[in-house]
Write a protein that binds this ligand. Structure first.
Ligand code: GDP
Ligand code: IMO
Ligand code: MG
Length: 423
């Protein structure tokens, strides 16, 4: 396949950054297509740790052209900081002229909305993502083309006038046009050289048979269309949404690699049926530090692997193959549970109820598999895995009807194992 996408199959942080970085060594182009700096994608390569929030996780691969396409909402201040931090004079980056800019008023408005919700708050990443996508839908957003063009000042003036009406309603301090303009005109100046029509670029690349890798952020359960609404993000992190967000024909996308964590985790608010309550087991997950989220400085909540969710993701996103990550973290657990269906009001179901209150009520039906004691962080192929780990992966394949083409046993690039090359 020449054109594939890497998507998260659950509530984010499945290891998309790591899988994207691994596949990027074969790619000519790597493109993020939705979300913003609510994402945090870890890449550990050549002994260096990177947390990419806006830059594609292909950015540490030489000879790759990195794109941020039109479906994204981009905090330009954050992006420029990331570019400065990477400090790579060879970085090749282009940003869509149709992508929207996250502005300081988005962050302030989000903070006020979250505060007003009290205990019902969504526990967002506080990056202004919801308000930026709302502005896009409300047709008062700021696109890259305008932001970096000659009309920026006039457009911003109009937007701030509108935002100050919102500020009054929300009872927050009004926004100062001069202050925002003076800060952001400097960023606009720096951003100009990156802005192009990424749809044209991508279509030409695909036409020339270049290898194009798309990188999703978040995960299908955080999808605004198909996730645990309203505890979701404001974009659709699915393969299905990619053509629209990238400006390509749907049939140009040849495959979708779903990144599947060997167990579930959730950051932020909202239900997770397979949530683990046993303190000893929770401790097991936390002691590895993998579940410490550097952006929010909290631990993610762990849960047992849930095949209902993987099948939901497969159906609504489209997933052709899977990459199973963090298998090593399961080492040392005596037994591993796998959710195969839910109980809902006394009935067995294998789908996700659309009503969040109903979804909060489902209880998982589990099968139990024997765990393994061995440290697997040095295995180099499937056959070197303990038989119980092999069976665990086989069970995921059986329950989802999807083939495991990659698995990973540690956070470093070398700890990703390709079972079958599909890209
Ligand atoms: P993303 O948002 O999907 O890119 O995932 P994150 O980078 O936010 O979170 C994944 C976390 O798991 C990071 O700390 C990674 O370094 C780590 N990680 C990814 N794959 C593995 C793995 O196979 N084993 C271990 N131990 N850690 C992993
Ligand atoms: P990556 O790409 C995990 C969650 C937030 C919150 C909800 C809405 O690293 O997998 P938002 O700020 O988007 O409005 O927050 O979505 N969330 C993520 N959780 N990983 C992410 O990204 C996330 N991006 C958003 O915690 O519950
Ligand atoms: Mg993450």
């Amino acid at each position: 396949m020449n054109t594939i996408v890497v998507v998260g199959t659950a509530w984010g942080d499945e290891g998309k950054g790591k899988i994207t970085d691994f596949l990027a060594s074969k790619a000519d182009v790597v493109a993020r297509f939705q979300g913003g700096n609510n994402a945090g994608h870890t890449v550990i390569a050549d002994g260096k740790y990177h947390l990419f929030q806006l830059l594609p996780s292909g950015s540490v691969n030489k000879d790759v052209v990195n794109l941020l396409t039109q479906g994204m909402v981009i905090d330009v201040k954050g992006l420029l900081e990331e570019i400065d931090e990477l400090n790579d004079p060879n970085l090749q980056l282009y940003v869509s002229n149709r992508a929207h800019v996250v502005m300081p008023y988005h962050l302030k408005i989000e903070e006020a909305i979250e505060l007003s919700k009290g205990k019902d708050k969504l526990s967002t990443t506080k990056k202004g993502i919801g308000p930026a996508y709302s502005d896009k839908a409300n047709r008062i957003g700021l696109r890259m083309e305008i932001f970096t063009g000659s009309n920026f000042k006039e457009e911003l003036k109009k937007i701030i006038r509108q935002k100050n009406i919102d500020a009054e309603k929300l009872e927050i301090e009004s926004f100062d046009f001069e202050e925002i303009y003076n800060e952001y005109k400097v960023y606009a100046e720096r951003m100009r050289k990156y802005v192009i029509d990424t749809s044209i670029f991508l279509n030409e690349a695909i036409e020339k048979k270049k290898k194009v890798l798309f990188e999703g952020a978040q995960g299908v359960m955080l999808c605004v269309e198909n996730g645990t609404y309203p505890y979701v993000t404001s974009s659709s992190p699915t393969a299905a949404a990619l053509p629209l967000y990238a400006g390509i024909a749907p049939w140009l996308l040849e495959g979708a690699i779903g990144v599947v964590k060997a167990y579930m985790t959730r950051e932020g608010a909202g239900p997770m049926p397979t949530l683990i309550n046993d303190e000893e087991i929770v401790k097991h997950f936390h002691k590895t530090k993998v579940e410490y989220e550097p952006r929010t400085q909290t631990y993610r909540r762990p849960g047992w692997f849930d095949s209902v969710i993987l099948n939901h993701s497969k159906r609504v996103s489209g997933i052709s193959h899977i990459a199973v990550t963090v298998l090593d973290v399961l080492s040392g657990l005596k037994e591993l549970k796998i959710c195969i269906s839910y109980n809902h009001n006394g009935k067995e179901i294998n789908y996700i109820p659309a009503d969040i209150n109903e979804y909060s009520k489902v209880t998982p039906n589990y099968i139990t598999m024997p765990g393994w004691e061995e440290d697997i962080s040095n295995v180099t192929c499937f056959e070197e895995l303990p038989i119980n780990a092999q069976n665990y992966l086989r069970k995921i394949e059986e329950l989802s009807g999807l083939e495991v083409v990659l698995f990973s046993v540690g956070p470093n690039r070398e700890q990703t194992i390709e079972v079958k090359s599909v890209f």
